[in-house]
Design a protein around this ligand. Structure first.
Ligand code: DGJ
Length: 341
């Protein structure tokens, strides 16, 4: 017995050998703890619904309502083509409208159908399949009891630059399209919505020809932009915004503007949704961080004990085959970290 004890006794010498593996185990435990916050929810590639069909919800956002997560995203279906005469990689697929999926556990996603349907053969209509219907986001207005969707509406050359708004009495839709607007006369491309604890909601969008982002306070019914708006990340050429709140601070993850090709994400922090925002570096860590693991940000979802970073892995030559990454995101002393493994 005493021999055994002696064998396993930790003295200063073997402590040296212990220290590194022990620290590694603790680090792995902490990391695994973060990853396991919603077991099985990480996605790295294809995602299937409960009917074993590939989830078709790109540029997505998630709304949590009455114990159910609702995923809304762009439907990409059909042949991909390159719009002629553009100096950038303007690959397009017919605008398929907005899909909706529901889940109680973030693992099993039930297809709920088309939440916002496209229109065929009416090119002047915002929802025509020849247009751009991208990055839909939905929030619930408890005063009007309506679900409100905002979505980027554009022409195939992205010259229209407007935000569309639609409403429904049910989370899954169908959503009734109202119209699209240029908030305060400003261009509005890649966008997201953010609903604060005080029920105020904000539209965040790439503006000024993608040079500068803007944040605009929405009206109390969430259906119109107000005159309260700010210019943020001025001249920084950012898009793909994803905004969330942690301990009274607002964190905005964005990408650079490189068409459908991936680039490094960065994040910015503010004490107010309207800013001013202070810029920090890349929240992604480890191999692949410089291309956001071959993906582009779309949403950050608060989950139990943390956040889930959601991004699109675009397949620009066949957009229908684009995939997803959903990874745990942690905030440690105000610093964001996303790890793939
Ligand atoms: C990058 C944007 O983030 C996407 O939503 C899409 O508009 C592509 N550009 C088009 O190239």
């Amino acid at each position: 017995m005493s021999l055994m004890l002696a064998k396993y006794q930790i003295n200063k010498d073997n402590m040296k050998h212990f220290a590194f593996p022990f620290a590694l185990c603790i680090a792995m435990f902490l990391r695994t703890g973060a990853i396991a916050q919603v077991p099985g929810t990480s996605v790295d590639g294809r995602l299937f619904d409960t009917d074993h069909r590939m989830v078709n919800a790109h540029g997505a956002g998630v709304m949590y309502h009455n114990g159910v997560y609702y995923l809304f995203g762009e439907i990409k279906k059909g042949r991909t083509w390159l719009v002629a005469g553009q100096k950038w990689e303007d690959y397009r697929v017919p605008a398929g409208g907005v899909s909706c999926y529901s889940s109680k556990d973030l693992k099993h996603w039930k297809y709920e159908g088309i939440a916002l349907a496209p229109v065929k053969g009416k090119l002047e209509n915002d929802l025509d399949t020849g247009r751009v219907i991208e990055r839909p986001k939905v929030i619930y207005n408890s005063k009007t009891k309506q679900f409100v969707m905002w979505v980027h509406i554009d022409k195939k050359d992205y010259s229209y630059s407007q935000s569309g708004v639609a409403v429904s009495d049910k989370p899954t839709g169908p959503y009734r399209y109202i119209h699209s607007v240029k908030p305060n006369g400003q261009m509005s491309r890649d966008m997201t919505l953010f609903q604060d604890d005080d029920s105020k909601a904000y539209l965040i969008y790439s503006s000024e020809d993608n040079n500068t982002m803007q944040v605009c306070l929405l009206s109390d019914d969430y259906l119109s932009p107000t005159k309260t708006y700010s210019r943020i990340l001025v001249g920084r050429r950012r898009e793909a915004p994803a905004l969330f709140k942690n301990k009274g601070k607002y964190y905005l993850i964005t990408s650079s503007c490189t068409g459908w090709s991936p680039n490094a994400a960065t994040y910015a922090v503010a004490g107010n949704p309207l800013g001013p925002y202070k810029e920090f570096g890349n929240p992604c860590k480890g191999p692949g961080a410089e291309t956001t693991y071959d993906a582009q940000s779309t949403y950050v979802l608060p989950v139990k004990n943390g956040y889930m970073f959601m991004a699109d892995r675009w397949n620009k030559l066949d957009l229908e085959k684009s995939n997803y990454i959903w990874l745990p995101l942690t905030v440690n002393n105000g610093k964001l970290e996303i790890h793939r493994n």
